[in-house]
Design a protein around this ligand. Structure first.
Ligand SMILES: Cc1cc2nc3c(=O)[nH]c(=O)nc-3n(C[C@H](O)[C@H](O)[C@H](O)COP(=O)(O)OP(=O)(O)OC[C@H]3O[C@@H](n4cnc5c(N)ncnc54)[C@H](O)[C@@H]3O)c2cc1C
Length: 264
């Protein structure tokens, strides 16, 4: 099979994501100096549903200079702008959906620079964006009695959601890496949860603290969920599967961003 045939076959089997719904910024709240909560509203959000925790939505951002939202077309393989270029689309956790008000909340990390983080810094009520999703998420393992959650700041919204969804008769141990105490957020109460915060050391690779925390965890839980910087997540996968002989069926490990690489 030629490369062109392979590309055509891949394009055919790529499932079309759910269509984009237009939405406008309703409110902006600083959760910490490093994380902004943005509520999006609008009639097109009607029927949006979060069916499981730690799922994802694709956020289509407006043009960085004009702030105009240009809608995209699905080509069978990817979304494109009318001029054929790649649109500024980033992935976020649908943190909360208020069906009465048709309002979707996203919690966005403010890091150095990027299309989404820059947009979150300058967003004002009335700004237009569009949302596709939510995408499929892993169902919670019905047989697990204990959960280990490991993540960095980008995983905080998903960890907060998992704390709300995991049944209260189970135990949870969460290890969360942030740039410092100022980046911690208040997490939902769970009677069986132990939350351990880890500050990233100066000059360390992203994820070093969360990798160290998991490596130091002697008794691993029935179910393990890990998300954060991709290389760190890869190190954790390797540790869990190669060093600890962990069964892949009860580990979810997802790279949420890549050091030095934009998401497009
Ligand atoms: C399923 C899923 C759910 C996610 N949920 C959330 C969420 O709820 N909240 C959230 O904030 N993020 C979340 N993310 C991560 C988010 O999609 C990425 O961080 C994304 O790259 C941000 O886009 P950007 O335009 O700001 O930066 P980009 O243009 O993608 O990247 C620009 C530069 O910034 C760096 N960078 C990107 N993200 C970070 C970061 N978090 N910290 C430090 N440096 C970074 C990149 O390495 C690159 O050098 C999720 C990702 C996935 C896959």
């Amino acid at each position: 099979m030629s490369d062109d045939d392979r590309a055509a076959a891949m394009a055919k089997i790529r499932r079309e994501p759910s269509p984009y719904r237009r939405a406008t910024v309703v409110s902006i709240d600083a959760l910490t100096p490093f994380m902004t909560r943005i509520a999006l509203g609008g009639d097109e959000l009607e029927g949006f549903e979060i069916e499981a925790p730690a799922s994802s939505v694709r956020l289509l951002l407006p043009d960085a200079e004009s702030n105009e939202l240009v809608m995209v077309t699905w080509t069978g393989n990817q979304f494109e702008l009318p001029d054929g270029s790649r649109p500024p689309i980033r992935t976020f956790t649908p943190r909360h959906f208020d069906a009465q008000r048709n309002e979707l909340t996203l919690d966005i990390v403010l890091h150095d620079h990027g299309a989404a983080t820059d947009w979150a810094r300058r967003a004002t009520p009335g700004d237009e964006v569009a949302i596709s999703g939510p995408g499929r998420s892993e169902e919670l393992n019905p047989d697990a009695r204990s959960h280990l959650l490991v993540g960095d700041e980008s995983a905080l919204p998903a960890i907060a959601q998992l704390l709300e969804w995991i049944p209260t008769d189970r135990t949870i141990e969460a290890h969360i890496e942030t740039r410092g105490p100022d980046a911690r957020i208040e997490l939902p109460e769970h009677p069986g949860a132990k939350i351990v915060w880890h500050d990233a050391a100066d000059g360390a690779e992203p994820g070093d603290a969360m990798v160290g925390a998991l490596v130091d965890t002697a008794d691993l839980a029935d179910d393990i969920w890990v998300a954060g910087e991709a290389a760190a997540v890869q190190r954790l996968r390797k540790h869990l599967f190669d060093d600890r002989g962990r069964d892949r069926s009860n580990v979810t490990a997802r790279g949420y961003w890549k050091k030095g690489r934009s998401a497009t």
